[in-house]
Write a protein that binds this ligand. Sequence first.
Ligand code: COA
Length: 277
Amino acid sequence: MSVKPSVGAEDVVKVEFDNGVAWVTLNRPDKRNCMNPTLNARMFGVLDDLEADDRCQVMVLTGAGTSFSAGMDLKEYFRETEEKGINAVRQAQRDAYGWWRRLRWFEKPTIAMVNGWCFGGAFAPLFACDLAICADEAQFGLSEINWGILPGGGATKVVEQLMSQRQAMYYILTGEMLDGKKAAELGLVNESVPLADLKTRVRKLCDTLLEKNPIMLKAAKDSFKRVINMTYDEAEAYLVVRQESANFLDKTQGRKEGIRQFIDEKSYKPGLASYKK
Ligand code: COA
């Protein structure tokens, strides 16, 4: 089923629901799904809608056609916005950075399904997703240096976080592309599979996530992202508090149930599978 999200007039983002998964497709294939101000504003609305929609338990972000996203729209996001002056530039930045930040802290697990080209600004939503699976055929690149700028909009920070310093600097300075397998090897994505198998692999990953306790998925992903910049002692203390607040929010008492099914019922082994929700 396909629904129209509440924000925006054009269908530059497509949303489809399928058994607990919301497939969100950047939908400007003729422009290789580059991100213009319309798409950026629209993604805010889509994320708002999906956070409140029970049909979405896991969100997958992908692109229509041959591209995941060719980064920022050089004509509409850069040139035309700059012609309108600094206030328009700042507004465009707020919208783009805003939906990426929103995606980083999305209430439900998110997966980037990188089906093709992924350039420059597209590294930001790629990074914002909790997990990323790409096609071997996908091509990634920090192309900014090729057209005379530095990788902004978070792209430099993305490779600083995910790659070694030598690798990150190499791709920042050369603008060379890397394919899906190399992206997996360097840690830009979790895994690379042939394009023909991409959707099946991502669906399987979604099904694994759908078995888990949703309150704990949100607590676990946020905790990981929060502890990155903490000391060990701060992280220890934060994780205690975060676990206790998640227990409080979890009306299903999943933690007790998980222990009960293992210790009393002996119906599963936590080392091998999930308890039954
Ligand atoms: N901004 C604006 N327009 C873009 C775009 C971008 N980032 N990426 C693609 N397009 C447009 C092209 O201008 C072209 O428009 P037209 O049909 O009106 O001429 C259309 O999308 C198709 O692009 P084309 O280059 O013909 O497709 P391709 O499949 O041969 O090549 C790419 C695909 C992604 C390699 C190539 O489009 C490209 O290099 N894009 C820019 C990537 C980039 O540097 N992004 C970083 C921005 S921060």
